[in-house]
Design a protein around this ligand. Structure first.
Ligand code: DD3
Length: 326
């Protein structure tokens, strides 16, 4: 762990209570979500490799029909500086099998060394439940025409709430988590750890840069006019990350998603050594390549066919099928 990460963690520990809507709560009895009252309806998805499980839960009301929630449980990577503590403070080491020089055990730990990262969407809509349900995926090749006739009207017809994005930009939520800000309304942005990253170890570093300017929906809207914004995000974002976390730009994967999961322009910064979710070739567009393409041709992303995957249940896939494009 770098000194700056250590320092920040100590600051956070000292902070205690804070007045923002979405923030880290270090207390034993965190307010908000009644986890022990929740019943598990079904497992939406699980991954032995990622050590995650996505649950559809219901918080029981008196009448019996509860409010839906999505709860994501995840075992997090080891923190190097904690390992000797784990070995020293374990409560039990139970032998499983032994054979020659080989043996396996179950190591039991005190609760504070055995936490599980928990992400809650509550109340969750049917859309949230669908999003996490495992589905088959199909590749779409979206031409400029397809974007104009199918995708754009679809995006405009949807009422995806991005209130959480505006909360970050307006400092109504997560204000204490902001790593860097360029406050310029046209060419500025906020750099903040993504929800997916608990900031406990640098192995799975994941930050997002959200631009202040509203109305840039995605990669498709970008023209040479946005180059100053994109260059700021690339350069200042990397500078802020090396300063705070000690990871140089040459060890970061900096990219945009197409399709994005929310239609307000944002850039992902992940550790190059981390196989981050969503960094596959059918979704990620390196920011440096995006900048270069726009330098070559201002209308590059209005002209190009863009390929991406859609899940079987996504309404956009249905629209593409109706138009005979799948
Ligand atoms: C989201 C994409 C969105 C469920 C889940 C996540 N980073 C966020 C709210 C606050 C955030 C994010 C939507 C939602 Cl688990 C539905 O992500 C967020 N804050 N990605 C940060 N810092």
């Amino acid at each position: 762990m770098t000194d700056s990460v250590k320092r920040r963690r100590e600051e956070e520990a000292a902070d205690g209570e804070n007045g923002v809507a979405v923030s880290e709560q270090g207390s034993d009895t965190a307010p908000g979500f009644p986890l022990s009252e929740m019943s598990v309806r079904r497992v939406l998805r699980e991954s032995a490799r990622d050590k995650t499980v996505f649950l559809h839960g219901q918080v029981n009301s008196a009448s019996g029909d509860g409010t839906d929630a999505v709860v994501i449980l995840e075992k997090t990577p080891f923190q190097e500086e904690n390992i000797s503590e784990l070995l020293k403070k374990h409560t039990k080491l139970q032998l499983q099998m032994t054979n020659d020089i080989y043996s396996t055990y179950r190591l039991y730990l005190p609760p504070e060394l055995n936490e599980i990262k928990t992400t809650v969407v509550y109340p969750a809509t049917e859309k949230h439940l669908q999003k996490y349900l495992r589905q088959e995926v199909y590749l779409i090749q979206e031409t400029a025409e397809d974007y104009k006739n199918i995708t754009l009207p679809f995006i405009q017809s949807q009422s995806f709430s991005i209130q959480w994005v505006y909360n970050i930009l307006e400092k109504k939520a997560e204000a204490d988590r902001v790593v860097y800000e360029n406050p310029d309304p046209a060419n500025g942005f906020i750099l903040i750890p993504d929800l997916k990253w608990d900031q406990k170890q640098l192995d799975d570093l994941y930050l997002i840069a959200i631009c202040h300017c509203r109305g840039i929906k995605s990669l498709r809207d970008l023209t040479a006019e946005h180059l100053p914004l994109l260059r700021n995000m690339a350069q200042e974002g990397k500078e802020a990350i090396v300063k705070r976390y000690g990871i140089p730009g040459s060890q970061l994967r900096v990219y945009l998603h197409y399709q994005p999961s929310y239609y307000h322009l944002h850039v992902h910064f992940t550790a190059l050594s981390y196989d981050a979710p969503g960094c596959s070739v059918e979704r990620a567009h390196l920011l440096s390549d995006v900048i270069d393409n726009l330098e070559l041709d201002s209308q590059y992303y209005q002209k190009r066919t863009l390929t991406f995957a859609l899940r079987a249940d996504e309404p956009l896939l249905k629209k593409c099928q109706e138009a005979g494009r799948v």
